[in-house]
Design a protein around this ligand. Sequence first.
Ligand code: ADP
Length: 779
Amino acid sequence: MAKMTPMMEQYFEIKKNYPDCILFYRLGDFYEMFFEDALTASKELEITLTGRDCGQKERAPMCGVPFHSCEPYITKLIEKGYRVAICEQVEDPKAAKGIVKRDVIRIVTPGTNVLTQALDETRNQFIMSIFLQDEGSGIAVCDLTTGEFRLTQVENADSLHDEITRLTPAEIICNDAFCISGAQMDYYKEKMGIVITPLAGNWFDAEECRKHISGQYPDLSMESFSEYPFGVIAAGVMLRYLHETQKTSLSHLSDMIPYKISNYMILDSATRRNLEVCETLRDKHKRGSLLGVLDKTKTAMGARLLRKMTEQPLIRKKEIEQRLDAVEMLQDHAMAREELREYMRAIYDLGRLTMKISYQSANPRDLISFKNSLYYLPYIKEILQQFDKGMLHQMARDLDPLEDLYQLIDKAICEDPPVTIREGDIIQEGYDEEADHLKKARTDGKTWLAELETREREKTGIKNLKVKYNKVFGYYLEVTNSYQDLVPDYYIRRQTLANSERYVTEELAELADTITHAQEKLYELEYKLYTDVRDYLASQIDRIQQSARIIAWTDVFCALAYVAEHHNYVRPAINRRGVIDIKGGRHPVVERTIKNELFVDNDTYLDQRKNRISIITGPNMAGKSTYMRQTALIVLMAQIGSFVPARSANIGIVDRIFTRVGASDDLASGQSTFMVEMTEVAHILHNATKNSLLIFDEIGRGTSTYDGLSIAWAVVEFIAGDAMAGAKTLFATHYHELTELEGKIAGVNNYCIAVKEKKDTIVFLRKIVKGGADKSYGI
Ligand code: ADP
């Protein structure tokens, strides 16, 4: 066999360490792919497949993408489930002996594709590490773009599933045990678009994992993690994976924070979907969801925080009230709030900036945007300082205005710098003496050139003689053909064009040398000064992240206060007695979407004794679902810390909300719908507690009347029984028979949605009233 070319040898040497990646091999201004990789990539990216001589008889299949616009290509491959290894030249080609040394500098995977423009800044991009065991699962989640890093541990498969659907990570890394359930995997891969990366068993060795954790966090005491042994393993695996793929210091990763899912209201994935908490059921848009109504934030950091809060409502009275206090203060001080919102608008994504700094990919323009954001911090702090108690007060105290960083960037970086960092024009005058000196030499050089031009014109009599510059020849003298006879001997010809000739002289060459030299030195110096500034910022990442967090909270509270005022919401009272008492409640989304019609408000009263279960009857389209959902959403909003759409509301904290929405929209066959329904109902009945809120919308619909009725009947009896006595339930049904339960089972009450008959038509009054509907108008 013929010998490979040296370059191909190098390629194979590197490629053999990354068999599962598509290797982007840097060659000049391109990333090239070869052999199998080239075949795959050319197909997936729809780019031309060519060949390259590799020393063998057959040419190597090859395709490439320009390095300066490689990002969309990488993103496309990642989205299709591939991993991309970026192989760069790792030594200066000028200094290289023989072939330039190359190495993989980063592996891009779906969960770690951080440098792409395609990122949705209003939501986190998570990578999740799962260590599944029989006794429970450890979970670690990280958003590399903001540095958030948290871990937890859950007891069962349901909770694990809920966490996965809540966080919707881009990528899951896991042990083999997790990959066993085929149906579940298909759902994650196909429906949710998650890429699942199983890792070998030895990754999950507890001792190894601890080493990786203490490598990243040398001072961390493991005591606070004693409740999360599996979570710690998941976190160790995560750190190792991130180090192996990112190959950077990960200095922007914030501390590892443990959390308990039982400290938050639990919303299972079906409930989040049914209530359209963060996205609509049908087209998965934020618009039309609860979050769509609430999200009037102005910054990316605020938007991400609000999403997180909406997905994880609180269950502790004190915490909820702290948030409500902050919202109330900002509602009362509308001027201060609007001023804050004005400043927020100008604030750049500080969270993701820290990532860019840590990856050394922040360019001078990023720093200017950063500086422009910092400009507002002292003002924000001052406004927050007028609040003398609660969270706002604490935020004012903790907000570091980062004035020193502002000053540094302001002094060092030009106002309108280029994105490139190796071609000067970055450093402000007056920042560094030597840089100023070199700049002067450059400017002076321009004057010298002008002088030389005038001098040569006079000497030779060539009236249109010009000193010009291009990248290939540097400086030269241009003489048009009409003056050729005046060109003196000491002009050295460099190039002949159609209408002119280009020359240099010894003097010009020397001058050019001085200028170019100064320029090169200047570029080098500016580059160094720039990276010094960036490195200094990197050393201050903790401070920046802290301020970023406070800005996010400020933004969220301002947004909630703004929404409360503009949509006419009230502050809910919070109780621990399990009483939900809403007067004049409205559906936050439907009230904004119905046009030409007023939304009719309704009361809800539920407690843990006589008013536990409301059976709601009424014709189709009367407004039953809307009513039940609005109750659930009002409770949820209150526990987020938001004001609520009602005349008044007193909300007893609930630990979970469950919803089961009947099969009326399902096209599935009777049998399988029935099965789905039964499993979901069983799930609810198993997991609900007396502090839960349950919403059943037309259960038993997917089956024959008789079976359906029996199921519905049995469910009501079960909920009312001892096992979960107290769970508050709204139960919409078209089985009129269920109204018979009132009086028979304690805690059950009948309600219906009023309609008025007018000749042959009925008019929906949308008002909920006591009693059972006397006629079924259902079709
Ligand atoms: P059902 O569950 O009884 O079939 P829905 O709750 O789906 O009825 O309501 C049907 C439509 O009626 C909703 O899409 C909404 O436009 C309108 N609607 C419901 N409740 C109200 C209300 N309180 N005020 C005004 N319109 C309402």
